[in-house]
Design a protein around this ligand. Sequence first.
Ligand SMILES: Cc1cc2nc3c(=O)[nH]c(=O)nc-3n(C[C@H](O)[C@H](O)[C@H](O)COP(=O)(O)O)c2cc1C
Ligand SMILES: [Mn+2]
Length: 505
Amino acid sequence: MTSPTTDPTAGSATGPAIRFGDLRGYLDALEALGDLRRVGRPVSADLEAAAITRLSCERQSPAPLFENVEGVAPGFRLLGAPAALSAAAGRPLARVALSVGLPAGTTAAELVDHLARARDVRPVPPRQVAREDAPCKQNVLLGDDATLDRFPVPRVHAFDGGAYANTWGIIVARTPDGRWTNWSIARIMLIDGTRMTGLVIPAQHIGMIWQEWVETGEPMPYALVQGGDPAIPFVGGIPLPPGVDEAGYIGALHGAPVDVVRCETVDLEVPAGAEIVVEGHLSVGRDAREGPFGEFAGYGSTETSMQPVYTVEAITHRDDPIWPLVAEGRPVDEFHTVTGVGQAAEVLAELRAAGLPVTTAWSPLRAASHWMVVTVPQDWRERLPGVGSAEFTHRIGKVLSESHSGRATAATFVLDDDVDPSDDTDLLWALATRIHPLDRSEAWYGFVHPLLNCYTPEERALQSGPIVFHDGLLPAPGEGRLPHSSFAQAYPEQMRRRVLDHWDD
Ligand SMILES: Cc1cc2nc3c(=O)[nH]c(=O)nc-3n(C[C@H](O)[C@H](O)[C@H](O)COP(=O)(O)O)c2cc1C
Ligand SMILES: [Mn+2]
Protein backbone atom coordinates (compact mmCIF):
# COMPACT_ATOMS: atom_id res chain seq x y z
CA MET A 1 0.00 0.00 0.00
CA THR A 2 2.88 2.40 0.56
CA SER A 3 4.89 2.15 -2.67
CA PRO A 4 4.04 4.45 -5.57
CA THR A 5 3.29 2.77 -8.88
CA THR A 6 5.72 4.92 -10.89
CA ASP A 7 8.81 7.00 -10.22
CA PRO A 8 7.69 10.21 -8.50
CA THR A 9 10.91 11.97 -9.35
CA ALA A 10 10.25 11.67 -13.08
CA GLY A 11 10.08 15.07 -14.70
CA SER A 12 7.17 15.07 -17.12
CA ALA A 13 3.43 14.65 -16.95
CA THR A 14 3.39 11.68 -19.29
CA GLY A 15 3.04 8.09 -18.20
CA PRO A 16 0.68 6.30 -15.82
CA ALA A 17 -0.82 7.94 -12.75
CA ILE A 18 1.04 7.67 -9.44
CA ARG A 19 -1.03 6.23 -6.60
CA PHE A 20 0.17 6.24 -3.03
CA GLY A 21 -2.83 4.75 -1.22
CA ASP A 22 -1.82 6.46 1.99
CA LEU A 23 0.03 9.44 3.43
CA ARG A 24 3.17 7.44 4.22
CA GLY A 25 3.93 6.47 0.63
CA TYR A 26 3.53 10.13 -0.29
CA LEU A 27 5.96 11.18 2.47
CA ASP A 28 8.50 8.66 1.14
CA ALA A 29 8.20 10.32 -2.27
CA LEU A 30 8.71 13.78 -0.74
CA GLU A 31 11.73 12.51 1.16
CA ALA A 32 13.22 11.13 -2.08
CA LEU A 33 12.82 14.62 -3.57
CA GLY A 34 14.49 16.29 -0.58
CA ASP A 35 11.16 17.92 0.19
CA LEU A 36 10.56 16.50 3.69
CA ARG A 37 12.32 17.56 6.89
CA ARG A 38 12.08 15.30 9.94
CA VAL A 39 12.01 17.37 13.12
CA GLY A 40 13.29 15.26 16.01
CA ARG A 41 13.50 17.88 18.75
CA PRO A 42 10.49 18.30 21.05
CA VAL A 43 7.90 20.62 19.52
CA SER A 44 4.64 21.83 21.04
CA ALA A 45 1.33 21.47 19.19
CA ASP A 46 0.38 24.72 20.89
CA LEU A 47 1.48 27.26 18.22
CA GLU A 48 5.05 26.00 17.77
CA ALA A 49 4.37 23.34 15.12
CA ALA A 50 2.17 25.82 13.23
CA ALA A 51 4.76 28.60 13.51
CA ILE A 52 7.39 26.31 11.99
CA THR A 53 4.93 25.26 9.29
CA ARG A 54 4.06 28.88 8.52
CA LEU A 55 7.72 29.90 8.15
CA SER A 56 8.28 26.79 6.08
CA CYS A 57 5.54 27.97 3.68
CA GLU A 58 6.91 31.51 3.57
CA ARG A 59 10.44 30.25 2.85
CA GLN A 60 9.31 27.42 0.57
CA SER A 61 11.20 24.90 2.73
CA PRO A 62 10.69 21.13 2.88
CA ALA A 63 7.50 19.95 4.63
CA PRO A 64 8.18 19.51 8.38
CA LEU A 65 7.33 16.12 9.94
CA PHE A 66 7.24 16.59 13.73
CA GLU A 67 8.32 13.26 15.22
CA ASN A 68 8.57 14.35 18.85
CA VAL A 69 5.40 16.20 19.84
CA GLU A 70 5.24 17.31 23.46
CA GLY A 71 2.49 15.99 25.72
CA VAL A 72 1.31 13.04 23.62
CA ALA A 73 2.24 9.36 23.46
CA PRO A 74 5.56 8.68 21.70
CA GLY A 75 4.97 7.99 18.01
CA PHE A 76 2.10 10.46 17.54
CA ARG A 77 3.27 12.85 14.83
CA LEU A 78 2.27 16.10 13.13
CA LEU A 79 2.91 16.91 9.47
CA GLY A 80 3.08 20.53 8.32
CA ALA A 81 2.54 21.96 4.83
CA PRO A 82 1.32 18.74 3.14
CA ALA A 83 0.50 20.42 -0.20
CA ALA A 84 2.25 23.79 -0.06
CA LEU A 85 4.88 24.87 -2.58
CA SER A 86 7.85 22.54 -2.84
CA ALA A 87 11.51 23.11 -1.99
CA ALA A 88 12.50 20.82 -4.89
CA ALA A 89 14.52 22.97 -7.33
CA GLY A 90 12.55 23.88 -10.42
CA ARG A 91 9.52 21.88 -9.27
CA PRO A 92 7.48 24.27 -7.15
CA LEU A 93 4.29 22.29 -7.74
CA ALA A 94 5.80 18.91 -6.78
CA ARG A 95 3.61 18.41 -3.69
CA VAL A 96 0.50 19.48 -5.53
CA ALA A 97 1.21 17.31 -8.59
CA LEU A 98 2.15 14.21 -6.58
CA SER A 99 -1.01 14.64 -4.51
CA VAL A 100 -3.18 14.19 -7.59
CA GLY A 101 -1.15 11.41 -9.17
CA LEU A 102 1.14 13.38 -11.49
CA PRO A 103 4.96 13.46 -11.57
CA ALA A 104 6.82 16.03 -9.47
CA GLY A 105 7.89 18.10 -12.49
CA THR A 106 4.36 18.71 -13.78
CA THR A 107 3.74 22.29 -14.95
CA ALA A 108 0.83 24.47 -13.86
CA ALA A 109 -0.87 24.17 -17.26
CA GLU A 110 -0.51 20.36 -17.30
CA LEU A 111 -1.92 20.14 -13.79
CA VAL A 112 -4.96 22.29 -14.54
CA ASP A 113 -5.58 20.46 -17.81
CA HIS A 114 -5.41 17.08 -16.04
CA LEU A 115 -7.96 18.10 -13.42
CA ALA A 116 -10.24 19.76 -15.98
CA ARG A 117 -10.30 16.53 -18.04
CA ALA A 118 -10.92 14.27 -15.02
CA ARG A 119 -14.34 15.91 -14.69
CA ASP A 120 -15.45 14.18 -17.87
CA VAL A 121 -14.26 10.72 -16.85
CA ARG A 122 -16.87 8.28 -15.54
CA PRO A 123 -16.68 8.06 -11.71
CA VAL A 124 -15.07 4.94 -10.19
CA PRO A 125 -16.95 4.15 -6.94
CA PRO A 126 -14.93 3.23 -3.84
CA ARG A 127 -14.27 -0.41 -2.94
CA GLN A 128 -15.12 -1.68 0.54
CA VAL A 129 -12.37 -3.68 2.25
CA ALA A 130 -12.47 -5.85 5.36
CA ARG A 131 -11.66 -4.37 8.73
CA GLU A 132 -8.51 -6.52 8.99
CA ASP A 133 -7.22 -4.94 5.78
CA ALA A 134 -7.78 -1.38 6.95
CA PRO A 135 -4.74 0.21 8.67
CA CYS A 136 -6.98 2.91 10.15
CA LYS A 137 -8.50 0.24 12.44
CA GLN A 138 -5.20 -0.68 14.14
CA ASN A 139 -6.39 1.18 17.26
CA VAL A 140 -10.05 1.59 18.19
CA LEU A 141 -11.02 4.03 20.96
CA LEU A 142 -14.58 3.80 22.25
CA GLY A 143 -16.47 5.17 25.27
CA ASP A 144 -14.33 7.22 27.64
CA ASP A 145 -11.23 6.42 25.57
CA ALA A 146 -12.68 8.31 22.59
CA THR A 147 -11.18 11.67 23.47
CA LEU A 148 -9.09 14.10 21.46
CA ASP A 149 -7.07 14.86 24.60
CA ARG A 150 -4.67 12.11 23.51
CA PHE A 151 -3.94 13.79 20.18
CA PRO A 152 -1.70 16.74 19.30
CA VAL A 153 -4.53 19.01 18.11
CA PRO A 154 -2.65 22.08 16.88
CA ARG A 155 -3.28 25.71 17.76
CA VAL A 156 -2.50 27.53 14.53
CA HIS A 157 -2.39 31.33 15.12
CA ALA A 158 -2.07 33.21 18.41
CA PHE A 159 -5.31 35.12 17.70
CA ASP A 160 -7.45 32.04 16.88
CA GLY A 161 -10.44 31.12 19.05
CA GLY A 162 -8.94 27.75 19.99
CA ALA A 163 -6.99 24.76 18.76
CA TYR A 164 -8.09 23.52 15.33
CA ALA A 165 -8.92 19.84 15.05
CA ASN A 166 -9.36 20.25 11.35
CA THR A 167 -7.23 22.15 8.89
CA TRP A 168 -6.56 19.44 6.27
CA GLY A 169 -8.91 16.54 6.99
CA ILE A 170 -12.08 15.71 5.11
CA ILE A 171 -15.52 15.54 6.65
CA VAL A 172 -17.54 12.60 5.36
CA ALA A 173 -21.28 13.39 5.23
CA ARG A 174 -24.15 11.51 3.60
CA THR A 175 -27.70 12.65 2.83
CA PRO A 176 -30.43 11.00 4.96
CA ASP A 177 -31.63 9.06 1.86
CA GLY A 178 -28.07 7.87 1.12
CA ARG A 179 -28.00 9.24 -2.46
CA TRP A 180 -24.93 11.47 -2.02
CA THR A 181 -21.76 11.09 0.07
CA ASN A 182 -19.62 14.22 0.24
CA TRP A 183 -15.96 14.49 1.26
CA SER A 184 -14.93 18.08 1.96
CA ILE A 185 -12.50 20.23 3.94
CA ALA A 186 -13.93 22.77 6.38
CA ARG A 187 -12.21 24.09 9.47
CA ILE A 188 -13.17 22.62 12.87
CA MET A 189 -12.25 24.11 16.26
CA LEU A 190 -11.77 22.08 19.40
CA ILE A 191 -14.13 22.88 22.30
CA ASP A 192 -12.89 20.06 24.58
CA GLY A 193 -11.81 16.44 24.21
CA THR A 194 -15.24 15.29 23.05
CA ARG A 195 -16.78 18.34 21.39
CA MET A 196 -15.81 20.48 18.41
CA THR A 197 -17.45 23.16 16.29
CA GLY A 198 -16.73 24.28 12.74
CA LEU A 199 -17.90 26.29 9.77
CA VAL A 200 -21.03 24.81 8.17
CA ILE A 201 -21.69 27.31 5.38
CA PRO A 202 -25.10 26.81 3.70
CA ALA A 203 -23.71 27.15 0.16
CA GLN A 204 -21.09 24.43 0.79
CA HIS A 205 -22.02 20.79 0.36
CA ILE A 206 -21.62 20.03 4.05
CA GLY A 207 -24.15 22.82 4.67
CA MET A 208 -26.60 21.40 2.12
CA ILE A 209 -26.37 17.88 3.57
CA TRP A 210 -26.58 19.12 7.19
CA GLN A 211 -29.75 21.07 6.22
CA GLU A 212 -31.38 17.83 5.02
CA TRP A 213 -30.61 16.27 8.43
CA VAL A 214 -31.94 19.35 10.23
CA GLU A 215 -35.23 18.87 8.41
CA THR A 216 -35.46 15.30 9.74
CA GLY A 217 -34.77 16.61 13.26
CA GLU A 218 -31.84 14.18 13.67
CA PRO A 219 -28.17 15.07 14.20
CA MET A 220 -25.98 14.33 11.15
CA PRO A 221 -23.58 11.37 11.38
CA TYR A 222 -20.09 12.41 10.31
CA ALA A 223 -16.55 11.10 10.12
CA LEU A 224 -13.52 13.39 10.21
CA VAL A 225 -10.62 11.78 8.36
CA GLN A 226 -6.99 12.82 8.79
CA GLY A 227 -4.41 11.47 6.36
CA GLY A 228 -4.78 8.77 3.73
CA ASP A 229 -4.07 9.06 0.01
CA PRO A 230 -2.98 12.69 -0.59
CA ALA A 231 -5.60 13.01 -3.36
CA ILE A 232 -8.34 12.76 -0.72
CA PRO A 233 -7.83 16.11 1.04
CA PHE A 234 -6.84 17.69 -2.26
CA VAL A 235 -10.12 16.77 -3.93
CA GLY A 236 -11.98 17.53 -0.67
CA GLY A 237 -10.82 21.12 -1.10
CA ILE A 238 -11.92 21.65 -4.71
CA PRO A 239 -15.44 22.52 -5.83
CA LEU A 240 -17.03 19.58 -7.64
CA PRO A 241 -20.75 20.01 -8.46
CA PRO A 242 -23.39 19.27 -5.79
CA GLY A 243 -24.50 15.63 -5.79
CA VAL A 244 -21.09 14.37 -6.97
CA ASP A 245 -19.26 11.91 -4.67
CA GLU A 246 -15.63 13.02 -4.32
CA ALA A 247 -14.68 9.33 -3.82
CA GLY A 248 -15.82 8.51 -7.36
CA TYR A 249 -13.91 11.44 -8.81
CA ILE A 250 -10.72 10.36 -7.03
CA GLY A 251 -11.27 6.84 -8.39
CA ALA A 252 -11.56 8.32 -11.89
CA LEU A 253 -8.44 10.44 -11.35
CA HIS A 254 -6.46 7.33 -10.33
CA GLY A 255 -8.16 4.90 -12.69
CA ALA A 256 -8.76 2.66 -9.65
CA PRO A 257 -11.19 2.71 -6.71
CA VAL A 258 -10.38 4.22 -3.32
CA ASP A 259 -10.35 1.53 -0.60
CA VAL A 260 -12.85 2.33 2.15
CA VAL A 261 -13.94 0.62 5.35
CA ARG A 262 -17.09 0.89 7.47
CA CYS A 263 -17.06 3.16 10.50
CA GLU A 264 -17.42 1.73 14.02
CA THR A 265 -20.42 3.70 15.21
CA VAL A 266 -22.00 5.54 12.26
CA ASP A 267 -23.35 4.39 8.89
CA LEU A 268 -20.48 5.78 6.81
CA GLU A 269 -17.32 4.51 5.13
CA VAL A 270 -13.88 6.09 5.42
CA PRO A 271 -10.60 5.67 3.49
CA ALA A 272 -8.98 2.47 4.80
CA GLY A 273 -5.47 3.97 4.73
CA ALA A 274 -6.43 7.01 6.86
CA GLU A 275 -4.21 7.97 9.79
CA ILE A 276 -6.96 9.05 12.19
CA VAL A 277 -10.75 8.86 11.98
CA VAL A 278 -13.09 10.66 14.38
CA GLU A 279 -16.73 9.52 14.33
CA GLY A 280 -19.82 11.15 15.78
CA HIS A 281 -22.76 13.44 15.09
CA LEU A 282 -23.21 17.09 14.13
CA SER A 283 -25.91 18.83 16.17
CA VAL A 284 -29.20 20.07 14.73
CA GLY A 285 -28.77 23.54 16.23
CA ARG A 286 -26.09 26.18 15.81
CA ASP A 287 -25.13 25.86 19.46
CA ALA A 288 -21.48 26.93 19.70
CA ARG A 289 -19.40 30.00 18.95
CA GLU A 290 -16.72 29.25 16.35
CA GLY A 291 -13.59 31.27 15.50
CA PRO A 292 -11.89 33.53 14.95
CA PHE A 293 -9.36 31.91 12.60
CA GLY A 294 -6.70 33.48 10.37
CA GLU A 295 -8.03 32.84 6.87
CA PHE A 296 -6.69 32.61 3.32
CA ALA A 297 -6.71 36.32 2.45
CA GLY A 298 -3.75 36.57 4.82
CA TYR A 299 -5.12 38.61 7.73
CA GLY A 300 -6.06 37.83 11.30
CA SER A 301 -9.76 37.92 12.03
CA THR A 302 -12.05 38.94 14.86
CA GLU A 303 -15.11 37.30 13.30
CA THR A 304 -16.94 34.55 15.13
CA SER A 305 -20.24 32.86 14.30
CA MET A 306 -22.68 30.36 15.76
CA GLN A 307 -22.11 26.86 14.36
CA PRO A 308 -23.24 23.28 15.05
CA VAL A 309 -21.39 21.02 17.51
CA TYR A 310 -19.52 17.87 16.45
CA THR A 311 -19.61 15.22 19.19
CA VAL A 312 -16.68 12.77 19.39
CA GLU A 313 -18.08 9.24 19.88
CA ALA A 314 -15.33 6.98 18.53
CA ILE A 315 -11.77 7.39 17.25
CA THR A 316 -9.75 4.89 15.24
CA HIS A 317 -6.14 5.37 14.21
CA ARG A 318 -3.07 3.76 12.72
CA ASP A 319 -0.09 2.92 14.87
CA ASP A 320 2.10 6.02 15.22
CA PRO A 321 -0.52 8.22 13.55
CA ILE A 322 0.32 11.35 11.58
CA TRP A 323 -1.98 14.36 11.94
CA PRO A 324 -1.58 16.80 9.01
CA LEU A 325 -1.64 20.53 9.66
CA VAL A 326 -2.19 23.51 7.39
CA ALA A 327 -1.04 26.85 8.79
CA GLU A 328 -3.45 28.93 6.71
CA GLY A 329 -2.67 32.58 6.17
CA ARG A 330 -0.61 34.76 3.87
CA PRO A 331 0.15 33.02 0.60
CA VAL A 332 1.31 30.46 -0.31
CA ASP A 333 -0.30 27.62 1.63
CA GLU A 334 -2.68 24.78 0.85
CA PHE A 335 -5.75 26.97 0.66
CA HIS A 336 -4.20 28.76 -2.31
CA THR A 337 -2.67 25.71 -4.00
CA VAL A 338 -5.79 23.60 -3.63
CA THR A 339 -8.70 25.96 -4.13
CA GLY A 340 -6.68 27.97 -6.67
CA VAL A 341 -5.82 24.94 -8.80
CA GLY A 342 -9.34 23.53 -8.40
CA GLN A 343 -11.01 26.79 -9.41
CA ALA A 344 -8.66 27.21 -12.38
CA ALA A 345 -9.51 23.68 -13.57
CA GLU A 346 -13.22 24.42 -13.28
CA VAL A 347 -12.84 27.76 -15.11
CA LEU A 348 -10.88 26.06 -17.90
CA ALA A 349 -13.43 23.24 -18.21
CA GLU A 350 -16.35 25.70 -18.36
CA LEU A 351 -14.74 27.97 -20.96
CA ARG A 352 -13.86 24.95 -23.11
CA ALA A 353 -17.41 23.61 -22.76
CA ALA A 354 -18.70 27.00 -23.98
CA GLY A 355 -16.58 26.57 -27.12
CA LEU A 356 -14.26 29.50 -26.40
CA PRO A 357 -10.59 29.23 -27.47
CA VAL A 358 -8.53 29.23 -24.25
CA THR A 359 -5.02 27.97 -23.49
CA THR A 360 -5.12 27.68 -19.70
CA ALA A 361 -6.44 29.24 -16.51
CA TRP A 362 -4.51 29.93 -13.33
CA SER A 363 -5.22 31.44 -9.94
CA PRO A 364 -1.92 33.27 -9.21
CA LEU A 365 -0.91 31.75 -5.90
CA ARG A 366 0.50 34.91 -4.36
CA ALA A 367 -2.76 36.73 -5.12
CA ALA A 368 -4.39 34.71 -2.32
CA SER A 369 -7.24 33.21 -4.38
CA HIS A 370 -8.50 36.72 -5.23
CA TRP A 371 -7.54 36.67 -8.95
CA MET A 372 -7.96 34.40 -11.95
CA VAL A 373 -5.96 34.64 -15.18
CA VAL A 374 -7.21 33.18 -18.44
CA THR A 375 -4.76 32.97 -21.34
CA VAL A 376 -5.84 32.54 -24.94
CA PRO A 377 -4.07 31.27 -28.06
CA GLN A 378 -2.49 33.86 -30.32
CA ASP A 379 -4.75 32.78 -33.21
CA TRP A 380 -8.00 33.35 -31.30
CA ARG A 381 -9.16 35.93 -33.87
CA GLU A 382 -9.15 33.26 -36.59
CA ARG A 383 -11.25 30.99 -34.38
CA LEU A 384 -13.76 33.75 -33.55
CA PRO A 385 -14.19 35.64 -36.84
CA GLY A 386 -15.52 39.18 -36.43
CA VAL A 387 -15.07 39.18 -32.64
CA GLY A 388 -12.93 41.91 -31.03
CA SER A 389 -11.06 41.65 -27.73
CA ALA A 390 -13.81 43.45 -25.76
CA GLU A 391 -16.44 41.04 -27.07
CA PHE A 392 -14.19 38.01 -26.40
CA THR A 393 -13.62 39.22 -22.82
CA HIS A 394 -17.38 39.80 -22.50
CA ARG A 395 -18.07 36.20 -23.57
CA ILE A 396 -15.58 34.89 -21.02
CA GLY A 397 -17.20 37.14 -18.39
CA LYS A 398 -20.67 35.88 -19.27
CA VAL A 399 -19.69 32.23 -18.75
CA LEU A 400 -17.73 32.84 -15.55
CA SER A 401 -20.13 35.32 -13.97
CA GLU A 402 -22.70 32.52 -13.94
CA SER A 403 -20.29 29.93 -12.51
CA HIS A 404 -19.55 28.97 -8.90
CA SER A 405 -15.77 29.04 -9.44
CA GLY A 406 -15.92 32.04 -11.77
CA ARG A 407 -17.65 34.12 -9.10
CA ALA A 408 -15.21 32.99 -6.39
CA THR A 409 -12.53 35.48 -7.45
CA ALA A 410 -12.83 39.26 -7.60
CA ALA A 411 -10.86 39.95 -10.79
CA THR A 412 -10.19 37.91 -13.92
CA PHE A 413 -7.49 38.98 -16.36
CA VAL A 414 -7.63 37.84 -19.98
CA LEU A 415 -4.14 37.69 -21.50
CA ASP A 416 -2.40 36.26 -24.55
CA ASP A 417 -0.55 33.00 -23.99
CA ASP A 418 2.85 34.54 -24.74
CA VAL A 419 3.02 34.81 -20.95
CA ASP A 420 2.88 31.95 -18.45
CA PRO A 421 0.32 32.97 -15.81
CA SER A 422 1.95 30.70 -13.21
CA ASP A 423 5.24 32.62 -13.53
CA ASP A 424 4.80 35.63 -11.24
CA THR A 425 7.58 37.57 -12.98
CA ASP A 426 5.90 37.14 -16.36
CA LEU A 427 2.49 37.85 -14.91
CA LEU A 428 3.34 41.03 -12.99
CA TRP A 429 5.01 42.49 -16.09
CA ALA A 430 2.06 41.58 -18.29
CA LEU A 431 -0.52 42.99 -15.87
CA ALA A 432 1.37 46.25 -15.43
CA THR A 433 1.87 46.79 -19.14
CA ARG A 434 -1.36 45.43 -20.66
CA ILE A 435 -4.14 46.33 -18.25
CA HIS A 436 -5.55 49.79 -18.93
CA PRO A 437 -5.67 51.83 -15.70
CA LEU A 438 -9.36 52.67 -16.21
CA ASP A 439 -10.91 51.26 -19.38
CA ARG A 440 -11.17 47.86 -21.08
CA SER A 441 -12.91 46.13 -18.20
CA GLU A 442 -16.44 44.94 -17.49
CA ALA A 443 -18.14 44.33 -14.14
CA TRP A 444 -20.72 41.59 -13.50
CA TYR A 445 -22.82 42.12 -10.36
CA GLY A 446 -24.04 39.26 -8.18
CA PHE A 447 -22.61 36.92 -5.53
CA VAL A 448 -19.19 37.77 -4.15
CA HIS A 449 -17.17 35.59 -1.77
CA PRO A 450 -17.47 37.04 1.76
CA LEU A 451 -13.87 36.17 2.69
CA LEU A 452 -12.31 38.19 -0.16
CA ASN A 453 -10.52 41.02 1.58
CA CYS A 454 -10.82 43.53 -1.28
CA TYR A 455 -14.58 44.08 -0.85
CA THR A 456 -16.25 46.59 1.47
CA PRO A 457 -17.75 45.40 4.76
CA GLU A 458 -21.23 45.94 3.24
CA GLU A 459 -20.46 43.87 0.13
CA ARG A 460 -19.03 41.10 2.30
CA ALA A 461 -22.02 41.10 4.63
CA LEU A 462 -24.51 41.01 1.73
CA GLN A 463 -22.29 38.66 -0.34
CA SER A 464 -23.14 40.89 -3.26
CA GLY A 465 -21.00 43.08 -5.49
CA PRO A 466 -19.02 43.24 -8.73
CA ILE A 467 -16.57 40.77 -10.17
CA VAL A 468 -14.48 42.36 -12.91
CA PHE A 469 -13.06 41.03 -16.18
CA HIS A 470 -10.06 42.86 -17.64
CA ASP A 471 -9.32 42.73 -21.35
CA GLY A 472 -5.52 42.58 -21.49
CA LEU A 473 -5.31 41.19 -25.04
CA LEU A 474 -2.58 42.44 -27.37
CA PRO A 475 -3.17 43.56 -30.96
CA ALA A 476 -3.13 40.76 -33.53
CA PRO A 477 0.25 39.56 -34.82
CA GLY A 478 0.99 41.74 -37.86
CA GLU A 479 -1.38 44.46 -36.67
CA GLY A 480 0.70 46.22 -34.09
CA ARG A 481 1.86 43.37 -31.85
CA LEU A 482 5.50 43.89 -30.89
CA PRO A 483 8.13 41.35 -29.87
CA HIS A 484 9.28 41.25 -26.23
CA SER A 485 12.51 43.23 -25.78
CA SER A 486 13.89 40.24 -23.91
CA PHE A 487 16.85 37.92 -24.34
CA ALA A 488 14.50 35.34 -25.86
CA GLN A 489 12.93 37.61 -28.45
CA ALA A 490 15.29 40.53 -29.18
CA TYR A 491 18.31 38.59 -30.55
CA PRO A 492 18.84 36.15 -33.39
CA GLU A 493 19.09 32.49 -32.47
CA GLN A 494 22.80 32.38 -33.41
CA MET A 495 23.58 35.25 -31.02
CA ARG A 496 21.67 33.63 -28.17
CA ARG A 497 23.56 30.37 -28.67
CA ARG A 498 26.90 32.24 -28.59
CA VAL A 499 25.97 34.04 -25.38
CA LEU A 500 24.72 30.87 -23.69
CA ASP A 501 27.73 28.82 -24.78
CA HIS A 502 30.08 31.33 -23.13
CA TRP A 503 27.91 32.15 -20.14
CA ASP A 504 30.10 30.39 -17.59
CA ASP A 505 33.38 31.90 -18.86
C1 LIG B 1 -6.87 24.20 3.65
C2 LIG B 1 -8.30 24.48 3.29
C3 LIG B 1 -9.16 24.98 4.24
C4 LIG B 1 -10.49 25.23 3.95
N1 LIG B 1 -11.33 25.68 4.92
C5 LIG B 1 -12.65 25.85 4.65
C6 LIG B 1 -13.57 26.21 5.68
O1 LIG B 1 -13.21 26.37 6.83
N2 LIG B 1 -14.88 26.36 5.35
C7 LIG B 1 -15.32 26.16 4.07
O2 LIG B 1 -16.52 26.28 3.83
N3 LIG B 1 -14.47 25.83 3.07
C8 LIG B 1 -13.15 25.66 3.34
N4 LIG B 1 -12.28 25.31 2.34
C9 LIG B 1 -12.77 25.27 0.96
C10 LIG B 1 -13.57 24.04 0.69
O3 LIG B 1 -12.85 22.89 1.04
C11 LIG B 1 -13.96 23.99 -0.78
O4 LIG B 1 -14.85 25.07 -1.05
C12 LIG B 1 -14.61 22.68 -1.19
O5 LIG B 1 -15.05 22.80 -2.53
C13 LIG B 1 -15.77 22.34 -0.29
O6 LIG B 1 -16.25 21.06 -0.64
P1 LIG B 1 -17.68 20.90 -1.32
O7 LIG B 1 -17.49 21.46 -2.72
O8 LIG B 1 -17.90 19.43 -1.32
O9 LIG B 1 -18.64 21.68 -0.52
C14 LIG B 1 -10.96 25.02 2.63
C15 LIG B 1 -10.09 24.52 1.67
C16 LIG B 1 -8.78 24.24 1.98
C17 LIG B 1 -7.88 23.68 0.93
MN1 LIG C 1 -18.74 18.18 -2.82
